[in-house]
Design a protein around this ligand. Structure first.
Ligand code: PEP
Ligand code: MN
Length: 293
């Protein structure tokens, strides 16, 4: 079951992912249907309460529901606790989601983190590099949490859906696919990391009913590309987007221990750009009869 073959796609084998009909995501905290366009926005990693609070306010003022923030990133959480296993980031995320009535999305990178993260996080993210970590997928599936599954840049649709199939086989009922860029022999810009694959949306629709969103941040890794990719994701008819945003907090850079780089700083957009672009996304979604949440 490590990838999905043509035969399986043609339904000679029964696949959970290949079920027909409209998709439905129905968790205790939220429900989505095919008219919804979800925006999962927030920090690469949780760095402070202040940072997450500013982000939460921006989400609320744009009428959005999903907040993201990594807690187990390898370079997690300076300056509060330079230990990647710390729960500090998770606790902040929970405090903010409770206070602002949001839904949290956060990456779980190892089996050992699942139990702790379950207490704080609403939706688990499987990172691109873990897409085919089947032991992890098994345990995440069993946790019954809703999942955002990212595609590894070096894998194709079959591998991607194979991983989705595995998660669902082990118990995940609410699964959102996330395209986050693929490797390609020629890139448009030598400084861009990967290329966002827009064709994957209709390709997924042809095979299964799972929702698919576009990660407009990690795909190129280039800040200037992000705004146009946000509107493109809506125009394409994807089921949503993921984006990293950051408040201007003077002083944050200064309190970091020397030598520690704030990660992913070249790709994150500021809150003003984000809000401006969300207005455009909403207009596109209005035309397409979709609700931006
Ligand atoms: C992230 O979401 O912050 C991240 C690093 O994602 P990816 O697994 O797509 O690299
Ligand atoms: Mn990131």
């Amino acid at each position: 079951m490590k990838d999905i073959s043509q035969k399986e796609i043609e339904n000679e084998l029964k696949l959970v992912t290949a079920a027909t009909g409209d998709f439905e995501v129905k968790d205790k905290n939220f429900a989505l249907d095919k008219n919804d366009f979800i925006v999962i926005a927030g920090a690469h990693k949780v760095e402070s309460l202040e940072q997450m609070e500013e982000i939460a306010k921006a989400l609320k003022s744009n009428g959005l529901k999903f907040i993201r923030g990594g807690a187990f990133k390898p370079h997690a959480f300076p300056p509060l606790a330079p230990n990647s296993e710390t729960a500090a980031g998770l606790k902040i995320l929970k405090e903010i989601t409770d206070k602002y009535n949001l839904i949290s999305v956060s990456e779980v990178m190892a089996m050992s983190q699942i139990e702790l993260a379950s207490q704080y996080i609403d939706v688990f993210q499987v990172g691109a590099r873990n897409m085919q970590n089947y032991n992890l997928l098994t345990e995440i599936g069993k946790s019954q949490k809703p999942v955002v599954l990212k595609r590894h840049p070096g894998t194709g649709l079959r591998d991607f859906l194979g991983a989705a199939e595995w998660l669902m086989y082990y118990g995940c009922k609410n699964l959102i696919l996330c395209e986050r860029g693929t490797t390609a022999p020629f890139t448009h810009d030598v400084n861009a990391r990967w290329i966002l694959d827009f064709q994957i949306v209709p390709a997924v629709r042809r095979i299964c009913k799972l929702p698919i969103i576009m990660d407009v941040t990690h795909s190129s890794g280039v800040r200037e590309f992000v705004p146009s990719l946000m509107t493109a994701a809506a125009g394409l008819g994807a089921d949503g987007l993921m984006v990293e945003i950051k408040p201007e907090l003077p002083g944050v850079e200064k309190i970091l221990p020397p030598g520690i780089l704030r990660t992913e700083r070249d790709q994150v957009i500021d809150l003003e750009t984000f809000s401006r672009q969300i207005d455009k996304v909403k207009k596109i979604n209005d035309i397409l009869n979709r609700v931006t949440i």
